[in-house]
Design a protein around this ligand. Structure first.
Ligand SMILES: Cc1ncc(COP(=O)(O)O)c(C=O)c1O
Length: 391
């Protein structure tokens, strides 16, 4: 990916990020310190939630939520197949079954209708519906949460693509505010809207869930005396473990980067929105391409990806030749995602034949460069190369 002049994604690291990381290194306090806490508090304040927990990946965030709500052999999830492996894999880490609901063929998102159909077919108890805000486009949270509630399931938001986006429901709220969900999870992997190199976070308004998640990310280890059972007196060294957990903690170093980037998330989204609108300007006259949905509201989309929908089959062109054309001009592109049910590990899922929208989405959709350092000239150039392919 990095060999291209224009990769499909690139991190936004500036001098103040570097300064923030160096400051931590100079302090030599590298783990479990104040920077992690400050990052969590910043997130809590911005999203107006009772808890934010930072961890070392989006996968760790998902796994910690899944385990803390009690996923197991008999309690599974419904999610969509157009997502990164981790959304479903984290349920498998709890030995939990996964049922795949279809997506809208144009947006790649779960819809209330596709969720309803999934509930009619699923054979196990669905503890949670996990929505994926693909590419930074937000699912119909109100519609989906109503159906989930009716079926006795929680809603979890895999918001790994949607940091900084606002959901315009009855009232507007940041993704991560958990107005319609039990918890939201984020990834701060190198190419997400903000990065810690590798990292993640969970937000929730449920205190008891947050406490369980905190145990899960740190060996199940209790350090507060008031939470222990029969802690011995006069034993300041004492810690207690009642259930096992992982080491999913993030370092002070990576949190320094994450926190510093988080402070400018609104600016990052504004820039991504600008880039999306430039693509719209240069590509909307191309009848071979359907552009992603736009909104009149500046922060309504996270714009983690910029995805084109092209009916390759109808146009009798090969997707790989389009990608080759782009790469010949030093432009990276990617497919997000291969449906999970196409993976050998998930191939026995019975719902595969019903996933018509997912299959169309997979066939037609391709991501082209989207990141903050793209200039107007860059977007113009990339759009020209895209348009040239069809001439
Ligand atoms: C939708 C989605 N969910 C989960 C993850 C997992 O995040 P991480 O790579 O930080 O473990 C990713 C990351 O690529 C993702 O895109």
């Amino acid at each position: 990916m990095n060999n291209f002049k224009f990769p499909y994604s690139r991190a936004d690291v500036n001098k103040s990020d570097i300064k923030a990381v160096v400051k931590v290194l100079e302090n030599q306090y590298l783990a479990q310190g104040n920077v992690v806490k400050n990052f969590e508090n910043s997130m809590k304040k911005k999203f107006k939630v009772s808890d934010a927990i930072v961890c070392n990946s989006g996968t760790a965030a998902l796994h910690s939520v899944y385990r803390s709500i009690g996923l197991d052999k008999k309690n599974g999830i419904i999610t969509t197949p157009i997502t990164f492996l981790a959304t479903a894999n984290a349920a498998k880490m709890c030995n939990a079954p996964v049922f795949f609901a279809d997506v809208d063929s144009q947006t790649g998102l779960m819809t209330p209708k596709s969720l309803k159909e999934a509930f009619n077919k699923v054979k196990f108890k669905v503890k949670a519906v996990v929505v994926v805000h693909l590419g930074g486009h937000i699912c119909d949270l109100e519609g989906i949460s109503k159906i989930a509630k009716k079926n006795g399931s929680y809603v979890i938001e895999d918001a790994c693509h949607a940091l900084g986006a606002i959901y315009y429901g009855k009232e507007k709220s940041y993704v991560g505010s958990c107005k319609y969900s039990l918890a939201s999870t984020f990834s701060f992997h190198a190419i997400k809207n903000i990065t810690m190199g590798e990292g993640g976070a969970i937000t929730t308004n449920n205190i008891s869930l947050a406490n369980k998640i905190r145990l899960n990310i740190s060996h199940g280890m209790i350090k507060e005396k008031r939470k222990m059972i029969n802690s011995p007196k006069d034993s300041p060294w004492y810690y207690q473990m009642r259930d096992f957990g992982w080491n999913y903690r993030a370092s002070e170093i990576s949190c320094a980067l994450g926190l510093n980037q988080f402070k400018r998330i609104d600016r990052i989204i504004k820039k991504r929105n600008l880039t999306a609108n430039l693509y719209k300007k240069y590509l909307s006259s191309n009848n071979n391409i359907i552009l992603p949905n736009f909104s009149k509201n500046l922060y309504a989309k996270g714009w983690h990806l910029f995805q084109l929908s092209i009916d390759f089959k109808k146009l009798k062109i090969k997707k790989h030749l389009f990608m080759k054309h782009l790469s010949n001009h030093s432009i990276g592109s990617q497919v997000h995602y291969i449906p999970l049910v196409n993976q050998p590990y998930y191939k026995n899922n019975v719902e595969k034949k019903f996933l018509i929208g997912s299959n169309i989405y997979y066939q037609n959709t391709i991501s082209i460069p989207m990141y903050t350092s793209l200039t107007k000239q860059d977007v113009k150039y990339i759009s020209r190369v895209v348009n040239d392919f069809f001439n």
